[in-house]
Ligand binder design. Structure first.
Ligand code: FES
Length: 172
């Protein structure tokens, strides 16, 4: 009989990490180890761990009996997934064509200057992560910036800087 025991967990002793692996295990089991649920499982893993490091991707690949390259490929293809630890707050600027022609490059430049980081980086205090995306599927309200999962429509430089300053002032 085929065993459903997952391959060995990476050696991480943190209690939160153990809990995250429990959540991941449950999700994998709930999805019956089926490869077609890879994206859903990656979503849960990102929510549980905050980001997808190589250990976690390898763990998922083993559990679903998929090549690591395929799991890694999916995780890097979608902008929703992050392979690096992200900050307390996340700001994603859409650089797809519709947003770009409406000036999203200027929004990104203003944010980079304000935060003194580049796109795909996190501030040294781990407070804010800045990312860019291709099309977020909301071209009718371009330019779009997503703040902690909340879609900001028809954004301006003033809007985005105000949002960031709000986060900085509240310090949360
Ligand atoms: S190009 Fe930005 S939402 Fe489509």
């Amino acid at each position: 009989m085929e065993s459903k025991t997952l391959t060995k967990k990476p050696q991480k002793s943190d209690k939160n990490v153990d809990k995250s692996f429990q959540i991941l295990d449950l999700t994998i089991k709930r999805n019956h180890y089926r490869q077609e649920f890879l994206i859903e499982i990656l979503h849960t893993a990102q929510e549980a761990f905050g980001y997808l490091d190589l250990d976690v991707l390898e763990y998922i690949a083993n559990a679903l009996k998929l090549p690591l390259s395929q799991v890694y490929g999916v995780a890097t293809f979608y902008n929703l997934f992050s392979l690096k630890p992200s900050g307390q707050h996340n700001c994603v600027v859409c650089l797809g064509t519709a947003c770009y022609v409406k000036g999203s490059d200027k929004l990104l430049a203003a944010l980079e200057q304000e935060l003194s980081i580049k796109s795909e980086e996190t501030t040294p205090d781990q407070h804010i992560s800045l990312r860019s995306a291709r099309c977020l599927g909301a071209c009718g309200i371009a330019p779009v910036v997503v703040f902690d999962g909340e879609v900001g429509e028809k954004q301006t430089v003033d809007n985005v800087l105000e949002k960031i300053k709000n986060w900085q002032q509240k310090g949360e």
